[in-house]
Design a protein around this ligand. Structure first.
Ligand code: NAD
Length: 480
């Protein structure tokens, strides 16, 4: 049994209360490690370490900061196989996926912001003959980063890298459901020579550790990715404390398929966009809207492809749909499938839990599920399920498609399939969505703003947006 610890002030330390939580492997249902059940005392200790490290880190020459972050990036790359294996074990995703996407992206996040800090600049505004204004962008101090379980190291590092690059020190909390690679990140930071206290990682639950970070008066900014309900609670707590907030929340993303789209391309990519990572990506398209002339053709070809996706052991390279992250989440997804049927939906494929044999006999697996016949307003089409479940609906006009796409409380990501360039621009413009992909999905340039509108969040990550979030602008006006 592996016992993880907190990473505070450059060392792995046990939680003060000495209590631990079980960490379960979703593919087997077995406890395989234990993580600190930390509380506010550990957060306070992490804060003190971060506060003490701040003056030196914020004054560290840019090149030195760059070198350390690049070293972290290289070490993640160096440990690719091991990190991919552990990410898969913790989350249930196929090992090949963690190897191809999660871990390389975590490494890229550090590389991207290491180079970014060397180029980050601020503005100046001249008032001819009167004054010159220049804007300082100063690090905030100690900041908090809280992340979810679906893309563990990928999203954890997406916050930590820009926070450190901008000169802040950090108290961070990974999801208690997938703590392992965050623990390894602490070790990697030690190896990379990150000074003690610059990054502190506290493990534990949201109500104990997450809340302690959000309510700590010394932690001046919170970057959070997770569910909309949690985001609302964090906002309610942090707003009266006047903390800076970046909230990346849930989604109910539409995929709009017009009849003039490249059919094979649509089919291939929509398999990915619906079911990659068991549908547990905030950017997955869970509502597929299809123009009537090709509705039946698409439906039949799609269902045929989805029913052939292999649900299996995450260690098997042939597996396309791995384990669901937890038993509670598996039950939630199954309850939505039952609800869809009550609401009049027809299950075209999937719909059931899968019982595997051997090593994974007690794991949590669900068949990839496609449902038709539901109307726009039903709960299945309005609420985030966050699993291998998609609904398909026909539309007859562009206007109807837009009304359906925008007719939810969320506004995170949308994919539009069309070969009509004018339509692509028109539809992209009208969508209430922080991210629009046209004829592609999950094509990411780290320089672009990332995040959602409406109940999908507040603020944007990515590129300079994150560097601006993690700095405080100060205008200096000098009379000439
Ligand atoms: P969650 O909100 O339950 O938990 C996210 C993190 O917040 C965890 O570390 C958790 O321990 C912590 N937390 C829980 N309660 C807290 C509290 N009261 N105060 C502070 N922290 C608290 O979300 P989850 O189930 O881990 O992740 C799934 C959700 O994340 C989905 O809704 C998904 O759409 C969303 N998500 C969004 C994005 C995005 O970029 N918009 C990316 C990935 C996931």
């Amino acid at each position: 049994m592996i016992q993880l610890n907190n990473y505070i002030n450059g060392r792995q330390v046990p939680p003060k209360c000495n209590a631990y939580l079980d960490n379960v492997e979703p593919a087997t249902g077995q406890v395989y490690s234990r993580i600190p059940d930390s509380d506010q005392e550990d957060v306070a200790m992490a804060y003190e370490a971060a506060k003490a490290a701040f003056p030196a880190w914020s004054k560290t020459p840019l090149e030195e900061r760059y070198r350390i972050l690049i070293r972290i990036s290289e070490l993640i790359e160096h440990h690719l196989d091991e990190l991919a294996q552990t990410e898969s074990r913790d989350n249930g995703k196929p090992v090949w996926l963690a190897r191809k996407v999660d871990i390389p992206r975590a490494s890229s996040n550090f590389r991207f912001y290491a180079t970014g800090l060397m180029h980050f600049s601020s503005e100046s505004h001249e008032m001819p003959g009167e004054a010159i204004n220049y804007t300082l962008r100063q690090p905030i101090g100690v900041v908090g980063c809280i992340s979810p379980w679906n893309l563990p190291l990928y999203l954890f590092s997406w916050k930590i890298a820009p926070a450190l690059a901008a000169g802040n020190t950090v108290v961070a909390k990974p999801s208690e459901i997938t703590p392992y690679t965050a623990w390894r990140l602490g070790e990697i930071c030690m190896e990379a020579g990150l000074p003690p206290g610059v990054l502190n990682i506290v493990h534990g639950t949201g109500p104990r550790v997450g809340e302690a970070i959000v309510t700590h008066p010394g932690i001046k900014a919170i970057s959070f990715t997770g569910g909309t309900a949690t985001g609302a609670r964090i906002a309610a707590t942090a707003a009266p404390m006047f903390k800076k907030l970046s909230l990346e929340l849930g989604g109910k993303n539409p995929t709009l398929i017009f009849a003039d789209a490249d059919f094979d391309d649509v089919l291939r990519t929509t398999v990915q966009s619906g079911f990659a990572n068991q549908g547990e990506i905030c950017l997955c398209g869970s509502r597929i809207l299809i123009e009537e002339p090709i509705y039946e053709k698409f439906r039949d070809a799609y269902v045929e492809k989805i029913s052939r996706l292999k649900v299996g052991d995450p260690n098997d390279p042939e597996t396309r749909v791995g384990a669901i992250v937890s038993e509670a989440h598996k039950d939630k997804i199954l309850s939505y499938i039952a609800l869809a049927q009550e609401e009049g939906g027809r299950i075209l494929c999937g719909g059931k839990a899968v019982k595997l044999e051997g090593r994974c006999a007690n794991g949590w697996f669900i068949q990839p599920t496609v449902i038709e016949g539901l109307d726009q307003g039903c709960r299945t089409n309005q609420e985030e399920i966050f699993g291998p479940v998609v609904t398909i609906q026909p539309f007859s006009t562009e206007e109807e498609a837009l009304n359906m796409a925008n007719g939810v409380r969320y506004g995170l990501a949308t994919t539009v399939w069309t070969s009509d360039l004018k339509r692509a621009h028109r539809v992209a413009h009208a969508l209430e969505s922080g991210i629009v992909w046209v004829n592609c999905w999950l094509l990411r340039d780290l320089r672009t703003p990332f995040g959602g509108m409406k109940d999908s969040g507040v603020g944007r990550e990515g590129g300079w947006e994150a560097m601006r979030f993690f700095t405080e602008p100060k205008n200096v006006c000098i009379k000439v």
